[in-house]
Design a protein around this ligand. Structure first.
Ligand SMILES: *Cc1c(COP(=O)(O)O)cnc(C)c1O
Length: 339
């Protein structure tokens, strides 16, 4: 194995030794298989290739202060994978197989779990695809669930440093009664044009608006949005938002810190009154936002004016990471130590 400079890892693909796979055929899930190939062999008429029967998850394994490997709220990921499968009519994977496969692939690639203190973690990518053959539009009869892993650094190259975002009005990420609330690849395909343009224009990500009225904030690219105003933690409520497990955890920690939590429609104009704003998700945990520009109107909202990350964003970030790395007591029962 090459020497890995753990603290300089990008957020990207990294080849490890093994991945795990399980096939759904004849109405049931089969045995778990271990593979060292980075490739999969599927039929050219598989539904994942034509009709988007694909859903994924994103989670991390953290090397704790005590050297032990921790998974964070894996049951929520397993449940969300089942919700996604249900949403696009794929076979649902039982939670026990999900856990068995995730823990197996992490343990098989244990040497790639970054050491404690490097700020890196082992990213875990479970996915389900329709492998059955269909040419007419209908759900496949066969599925494949697999999990691969790889060490990653922070999602945004800025790390825990403020990023800039762009509000767009000429693209939507997801329709209100569409697939926005489930983790399917198609949502990402649909957001690529807006997000690549935002990057070309100097922003880290797009702040998408709720598609029907274009008045409310939906999501911050591949992450949820939150704001702090006085003693309130505010996060948008909308049917097209992907329910982030990080956001759910931050809401709980905000409450623990004595903040009031509001989950409601958040109008764009409110940005002018917020003390702190940020994006949250497994990949970056929290990305504080320093500037948001409305591409159409040119209106600019600025935060972190003293160049520093807001105090509540920082507290929440540190608190969540402390739990994930086993530095603080896991009072909510979020952590599973892999024995
Ligand atoms: C995965 C994802 C998130 C973040 O969810 P976490 O469970 O916190 O990782 C947010 N928004 C979208 C669109 C996502 O796909």
């Amino acid at each position: 194995m090459q020497n890995i400079d753990w603290s300089k890892l990008p957020f990207g693909y990294f080849k490890t030794d093994y991945n795990v796979r399980c096939y759904y055929r004849d109405g049931k899930w089969g045995e778990v298989e271990v593979s060292s190939s980075e490739f999969i062999n599927i039929h050219m008429a598989a539904t994942c290739l034509h009709y988007g029967q694909e859903a994924f998850e994103g989670m991390k394994a953290y090397r704790g202060k005590d050297g032990k490997i921790r998974l964070f709220r894996w049951k929520d990921n397993a449940q969300r994978m089942r919700d996604s499968a249900q949403g696009i009519m794929m076979a649902e994977l039982p939670d026990d197989i999900f856990f068995k496969m995730v823990s197996k692939v992490v343990k098989l690639n244990e040497k790639y779990v970054p050491p404690y203190g490097t700020g890196a973690a082992l990213y875990i990518r479970p996915l389900t695809i329709g492998t059955g053959v269909q040419v007419g539009v209908s759900p496949a009869k066969e599925y494949m669930f697999m999990v691969f892993v790889g060490p990653v650094g922070p999602y945004f190259k800025e790390g825990f440093n403020p990023v800039t975002m762009q509000i767009v009005r000429d693209f939507d990420r997801a329709a209100p009664l569409g697939t926005g609330a489930i983790k399917v690849g198609g949502n990402y395909a649909g957001s690529l044009r807006a997000s690549e343009r935002a990057k070309a224009e100097g922003f880290s990500a797009v702040l998408f608006l709720e598609a029907k009225e274009k008045k409310y904030i939906d999501e911050a690219g591949p992450a949820n949005f939150f704001a702090i105003k006085g003693n309130k933690y505010i996060t948008p409520k909308s049917v097209s938002i992907l329910p982030s497990i990080t956001n759910k955890s931050l809401m709980q920690l905000a409450q623990d810190l004595g903040l009031e939590v509001e989950r409601r429609a958040v109008a764009v104009e409110e940005l002018a009154d917020f003390d702190e704003v940020g994006a949250c998700g497994t990949a970056a945990i929290i990305s504080p936002i320093k500037k948001i520009v409305d591409r159409e109107t040119g209106t600019t909202y600025e935060f972190c004016k003293d160049g520093k990350v807001g105090p509540f964003s920082e507290k929440l970030y540190k608190k969540l990471q402390a739990i994930q790395y086993g530095e603080e007591a896991d009072t909510h029962g979020w952590v599973t130590i892999l024995e």
